[in-house]
Design a protein around this ligand. Structure first.
Ligand code: AMP
Length: 227
């Protein structure tokens, strides 16, 4: 396993923010979990935050649900308020791993304004082709308690229907249906890809990782990209 020393905040920085970019099904959630354990900073997925709100029946959850079910993005203002509230919590003091955010250039700009000079920012782009994405997503199951992702073919749980980690119940997300996945990929191409170009123009921020191999191999590449 490679050293992560280079990613640690330096004397002039106090927190590390890793942004995971990539299309739906690229493996952002799969790798962000273990990376969070390794770096000792929380994994924050805006999709999971929305799904928690939907489960709890909050007003935000009720609005977000309409967009998510159609494979559309939740409006920036709601997303930013929800994320910034989460980032204000104590456990984010040393940084975090962002998964699923930013998804628009205006989210990226709003996030940048909120950062102070003491944060070190790194953007990891997991690159995958479209064809395997559909197969990856429609076979995907997620734990209802800890959100650990599984795949019926590539990463099945030890006990069918139950999470290996917490014994939670595995379910398929409504927006992982093929028609919604195709819409999400289109939204990714038109609204989120420009965010990668936005970061590519900022020197030294963007690291590209090929996400097409076995998860263990991709995770090693993720670690290497952070050094
Ligand atoms: P994910 O779990 O990241 O695939 O997100 C699931 C859905 O939540 C997306 O298809 C969007 O509808 C919504 N969502 C998640 N993150 C964002 C975001 N940063 N901006 C807007 N909508 C989001």
């Amino acid at each position: 396993m490679c050293s992560l020393l280079a990613t640690k905040p330096t004397a002039s920085t106090t927190s590390l923010i890793v942004i995971f970019m990539g299309p739906p099904g690229a493996g952002k959630g799969t790798h962000a979990g273990p990376l969070s354990q390794q770096l000792g900073i929380p994994h924050i997925s805006t999709g999971d935050l929305f799904r928690n709100n939907i489960r709890m029946g909050t007003p935000l959850g009720q609005i977000a649900n309409r967009y998510i079910a159609e494979g559309k993005l939740v409006p920036d203002e709601l997303t930013l308020d929800m994320l910034f509230d989460r980032l204000s919590k104590e456990d984010c003091k040393k940084g975090c791993i962002l998964d699923g955010f930013p998804r628009t250039v205006s989210q990226a700009e709003a996030f940048e304004k909120r950062l102070d000079g003491s944060s070190k920012l790194l953007v990891l782009h997991l690159c995958v082709d479209d064809a395997p994405i559909i197969e990856r997503i429609i076979g995907r199951f997620v734990c209802n308690k800890c959100a650990t992702p599984y795949h019926s073919r590539f990463n099945p749980p030890l006990t069918p229907g139950h999470c290996d980690r917490c014994q939670g119940f595995l379910y398929q997300r409504d927006d992982d249906r093929e028609d919604v996945v195709r819409r999400r990929l289109e939204v990714y191409r038109t609204q989120t890809k420009p965010v990668i170009d936005y970061y590519a123009e900022k020197e030294g921020l963007l690291r590209e990782v090929c996400g097409m191999s076995q998860p263990e191999i991709v995770f090693e590449k993720v670690l290497q990209a952070l050094t």
